[in-house]
Design a protein around this ligand. Structure first.
Ligand SMILES: NC(=O)c1ccc[n+]([C@@H]2O[C@H](COP(=O)([O-])OP(=O)(O)OC[C@H]3O[C@@H](n4cnc5c(N)ncnc54)[C@H](OP(=O)(O)O)[C@@H]3O)[C@@H](O)[C@H]2O)c1
Length: 213
């Protein structure tokens, strides 16, 4: 599948490489491809880079891996037409770093960043997924818990959720929980305050949720 990963940070690079490794045709979107290509962390990368305005061409599926506070602006630059009718995997978290560490959430409880994006792009099928674990685990579930941990999908379109569950399976996930409509993204995003405390307690991000049942 041709996948446009919007975002060049740890998630964009790691997930882009992971999706390419399992056979997807990946292009990564950024504000300024030349400036991004010149960054140290991009020197050894072979992934294609394109501007936000050009990566949508021919893409069958999109991934939002941008900074949560900038996601709306970034996706607007990708373009409402390019995103129309497409599945958008939303990995972003609604982190507000303005008061230092640990960050707080700039939307929660009665709304979520994923729902804000869905309202802004009503013709796009937004599916919240992968935001609950660190990038290295997203592409290598075997890295923690012997590979027996849980990843979630939530979105208003059942076929879109199934598509994203399929992408997770491609990446090696065996326990993909379908949480139903996009209001479930509230809980997935509100996991972040506990995720951050676990990061501090465990002195690193290599852990994940296992829903024992
Ligand atoms: N790091 C993790 O392991 C992890 C795990 C789960 C979820 N997440 C979430 O995934 C998202 C990506 O995280 P990350 O750590 O990879 O990177 P990040 O530093 O949060 O975001 C980097 C991306 O955001 C874009 N961006 C920043 N400001 C922008 C603006 N004003 N307008 C347009 N685009 C802008 C950057 O564009 P340029 O390419 O142009 O610089 C870059 O592509 C975040 O929402 C994060 O909370 C991260």
């Amino acid at each position: 599948m041709r996948i446009a990963v919007i975002g060049t940070g740890t998630v964009g690079r790691t997930l882009g490489e992971g999706l390419a490794k399992v056979g997807h045709d990946v292009v990564v979107g950024t504000r300024d491809p030349a400036r991004t290509r010149a960054r140290d962390e991009w020197q050894a990368m072979s992934l294609s880079l394109g501007s936000y305005g050009e990566v949508g061409t021919g893409a069958e599926l999109f991934v939002n891996a941008t900074n949560g506070a900038a996601s709306l602006e970034a996706l607007q630059a990708v373009g409402e037409e390019a995103l129309a009718g497409k599945v958008l995997i939303d990995i972003s978290n609604a982190l507000d770093h303005s008061a230092g560490f640990p960050p707080t959430l700039f939307v929660s409880n009665t709304d979520s960043l994923a729902e804000q994006l869905q309202r802004a792009f009503p013709r796009t099928k937004v599916v919240k997924a992968f935001n609950t674990t660190t990038a290295a685990v997203m592409v290598n579930p075997g890295a923690v818990g012997g590979g027996d941990t849980t990843i979630f999908v939530a979105g208003n379109d059942a076929d879109a959720r199934a598509t994203v569950a399929g992408v997770a399976t491609d990446l090696g996930w065996t326990d993909v929980m379908d949480l139903g409509d996009l209001t479930a993204a509230r809980g997935l995003e509100m996991w972040l305050p506990l995720w951050l405390r676990l990061l501090m307690a465990l002195d690193g991000p290599m852990f994940n949720i296992k829903v024992a049942r």
